[in-house]
Design a binder for this molecule. Structure first.
Ligand code: OFO
Length: 178
């Protein structure tokens, strides 16, 4: 059974994960509008991953005696000055999310909630990967600068990204229970 503090904290974090999905979807359409379809693809996959992060957290709440609550989702930024501006935003955003996850681990520790502490370790690791991957892309886009050919090469490379579900995550968990 989750304490009220942990249940509330998880619901707020699930909302931030959903906001992340919304933000990356907004970036995906920004890239589509400037005809950089590899970047648009990368962002769309990122949006999909964030949606999975959201559902994974809400499923954990429900499976542990809590109640998943849908909170209002803030509207994300609509446009960016350049690809570099957008990828800087991604990197900064991921650093903010890392801070939120660590703060949530502290709440679970204060509530002596071992299952939630364990569960959140997946997000702690995921944030390390997300910071690394956004930093890699940011460096690539920075290095390309105004060079159109280099930017197109980066666009093609990002267009090869593939989607991955977290191990053990079920997209339709009720299907096997009916
Ligand atoms: Fe959910 O990992 Fe990014 O924000």
């Amino acid at each position: 059974m989750l304490s009220v503090k942990v249940n509330d904290g998880l619901n707020v974090q699930a909302n931030r994960e959903l906001y992340s999905s919304y933000l990356y979807l907004s970036m995906s359409y920004y890239f589509e509008s400037i005809k950089m379809l590899g970047f648009a693809h990368w962002m769309r996959l990122q949006a999909g991953e964030e949606l999975v992060h959201t559902m994974k957290m809400l499923d954990f709440i429900a499976a542990n005696g809590g109640r998943a609550k849908m909170l209002p989702v803030e509207a994300p930024q609509f446009t960016w000055a350049s690809p570099l501006d957008a990828f800087k935003h991604v990197w900064e955003h991921e650093r903010v999310v890392t801070g939120l996850i660590h703060a949530l681990v502290k709440v679970a520790e204060m509530e002596k909630d071992d299952p939630t502490i364990q569960f959140l370790q997946w997000y702690v690791k995921e944030q390390v990967e997300e910071e690394e991957s956004s930093d890699r892309v940011l460096k690539k886009v920075k290095a390309a600068g105004e060079d159109k050919v280099a930017l197109q090469a980066a666009d093609r490379m990002l267009g090869e990204r593939q989607f991955r579900f977290p191990r053990g995550f079920e997209i339709f968990p009720y299907a096997s229970q009916r």
